[in-house]
Ligand binder design. Structure first.
Ligand code: BES
Ligand code: MN
Ligand code: ZN
Length: 512
């Protein structure tokens, strides 16, 4: 992955391939942002005019390359920061994160870039570091070298690989807060990018067993205890949801437990992730046009995996247990039929009326299992419903739960971390919609409020008295449109920053 360094040298003395400066949208044209002083000097104070001549406005998403002489770098990249903050105010962290991401994306194939952006605080350092490392991400594992080498590329693969090194300029070497911020950003971005790789990996290579193997190896590396419950053990243990969803596929289901424990932890969190490595819909088969991206249906499990490993790497003073509910949802002669009744882990029975509502079935087993440890809170993360995408769009996830204060806390932590989220209610009539004439419950109700009905279903499996939140990331988990800011096309790493922030918040004693 892209390397991150802190450099106390300024833009005038750094040897690099390119210098990144910020440019804001001023009332009368583009305004070079703080951090750009040395570069502006090389233009004899005419940087704003040159930028304006090149058509730059300072708008978010804009990148402008210009040659420079008199510095140790031959090229400048000016990246738009959007409207400049009021006098005396600092740039917002999300504006910095996005600008750094846009810059990193524009510099694919470059060796070393010095980032001379506004880095006035440790928060700003964290944001720029995160944005740059996340923006530099590229998924190239399935591109052969020849295909990677674009027209005119100097050597095989050139021009496509991620930016090699990001040096944040003007950060004092003795600044402990900045150093910690950079270390946190590096761990977080590395785990987010690994989660993106997992989600982008095609489902012929990523299935429950191979996902579990990746988790086991990472756990070993970072001191996280990993336990894999295989299909035989799931059947014996009565995990009817995981077995029922997975029984149509050639690859059997797995339930993976990742346990990170801190010796002085006072609180415990359980994170539960939906890990459908491919969702064909099962016998209730999805039509063409709806299944091409369904390798992304394990993004919740990837997020949980990344969050637990990040918590371990940061040594947070909290116990975090991750549960990955892994299965492949396929139609076959052995698949669950619409009309079948499953006996879930814990004994509740569910009539499966639609095999495409499979996520809630695997999550139900995992939430029941997670409840046995009596954690202080459970958070599940799932690409659960198309209805949530219809409600909130492609970039915002829904937050639901059984405790308004906790749901609000999770929502606020998400927004602070740069992840758009929105609270959704559990209207009381939705529970009745899930009544079944033969079993304790059906897995689907009416069409209306489908995203919330899925949450109401999960609520039935949360252990008595346990605080719980549910994140439906079906919209933001996978970006089918073009890249923007630090978000690439394809897997995004949705909810990971929220889960890590929640672990930090809990470690600092905020969870009641
Ligand atoms: N994995 C899908 C939800 C989904 C949709 C994720 C779009 C990402 C993008 C889920 O398993 C599903 O199929 N849900 C059904 C539920 C319905 C049958 C009640 C849906 O949303 O249509
Ligand atoms: Mn489905
Ligand atoms: Zn699904």
């Amino acid at each position: 992955m892209t390397a991150l360094t802190l450099s106390s040298s300024g833009a005038a003395t750094l040897r690099a391939d390119v210098l990144v400066v910020g440019v804001a949208k001023g009332p009368d044209g583009p305004v070079p942002a703080p951090g750009s002083e040395a570069v502006a000097e090389a233009f004899d104070g005419g940087l704003a005019t040159v930028l304006e001549t090149l058509g730059a406005t300072g708008a978010e998403g804009e990148t402008t390359k210009l040659p420079v002489s008199g510095l140790k770098a031959p090229l400048v990249l000016a990246v738009g920061l959007g409207t400049a903050p009021e006098d005396g105010e600092e740039y917002g962290t999300e504006a910095l994160r996005r600008a750094a991401g846009n810059a990193a994306r524009a510099l694919n194939g470059t060796g070393k870039a010095g980032f001379a952006l506004p880095l006035a605080s440790a928060e700003a350092v964290a944001a720029v570091a995160e944005g740059a490392l996340l923006g530099a991400y590229a998924f190239t594992a399935y591109k052969s070298d020849d295909a990677e080498a674009g027209k005119g590329a100097k050597k095989k693969g050139a021009g496509k690989g991620p930016l090699g090194e990001v040096a944040l300029l003007g950060v004092k070497a003795r600044d402990k807060a900045a150093k910690a911020a950079a270390e946190r950003a590096t761990a977080l971005a590395e785990e987010m990018n690994r989660a993106r790789d997992l989600v982008n990996t095609p489902p012929n290579d990523l299935y429950p067993e191979s996902f579990a193997a990746v988790a086991a190896a990472a756990g070993k590396e970072h001191g996280v205890k990993v336990q894999v419950i295989d299909d035989k053990a799931l059947l014996k243990g009565g995990f009817g949801g995981l077995i029922g969803v997975g029984q149509g596929a050639a690859h059997g289901p797995r339930l993976v437990k990742l346990a990170y424990n801190h010796p002085k932890a006072e609180k415990s969190l359980a994170y539960v992730g939906k890990g459908i490595t491919y969702d064909s819909g099962g016998i209730s088969l999805k039509p063409a046009g709806h299944n091409e991206t369904m390798k992304c249906d394990m993004a919740g499990a990837a997020a949980v995996f990344a969050a637990v490993i990040t918590a371990a790497r940061l040594g947070l003073k909290v116990n975090v247990t991750g549960w990955l509910a892994l299965a492949e949802n396929m139609p076959s002669g052995t698949a669950t039929r619409p009309g079948d009744v499953l006996r879930m882990y814990g004994g509740k029975t569910v009539e499966v009326l639609n095999t495409d509502a499979e996520g809630r079935l695997v999550l139900a087993d995992a939430i029941t299992k997670a409840s046995e440890d009596e954690p202080d809170a459970i958070v599940d993360v799932a690409t659960l419903t198309g209805a949530m995408v219809v409600a909130l769009g492609n970039r915002t996830f829904g937050v639901m739960g059984n405790d308004d204060a906790f749901r609000t806390a999770v929502h606020e932590l998400a927004e602070e971390a740069g992840e758009p989220a929105w609270p959704m209610p559990f209207p009381e009539e939705l529970r009745k919609g899930l009544d079944s004439s033969v079993a304790d419950m059906a897995n689907v109700g009416g069409r209306m409020g489908g995203g919330m009905a899925a949450g109401v279903f999960l609520n039935e499996f949360v252990g008595e008295g346990i605080t719980w939140a549910h994140l439906d990331i079906a919209g933001p988990a996978f970006n089918e449109a073009g890249p923007f800011g630090y978000t690439p096309k394809g897997a995004t790493g949705s909810a990971i920053r929220t889960l890590v922030s929640l672990a930090e918040w809990t470690a600092s004693g905020e969870l009641g």
